[in-house]
Design a protein. Structure first.
Length: 74
């Protein structure tokens, strides 16, 4: 592995969580450029997407429960 490849690999590892969060957020919104989608397919593993998606769904449901609880108690 050359120095450039090692730097790219290290940078990809650092930003992979952020890239996964962005990909899931765009998926929740339902809007995405094809080029961005293809780039994510090449750089993010399906396991990362599943993990971030489950956490994001849990946070979303938690926020909904809190909002409904606040509205119902008022």
């Amino acid at each position: 592995m050359t120095d450039v490849e090692q730097e790219r690999h290290a940078a990809a590892g650092k930003s992979s969580l952020w890239r996964s969060v962005r990909a899931v957020a765009w998926g929740f919104l339902g809007i995405r450029k094809r080029s961005g989608f293809e780039e994510d397919l090449a750089r993010i593993s399906p396991l990362q997407i599943i993990a971030v998606g489950l956490v994001a769904a849990a946070v979303f449901v938690g926020v909904l429960v809190l909002v409904v609880h606040q509205v119902a108690s008022a």
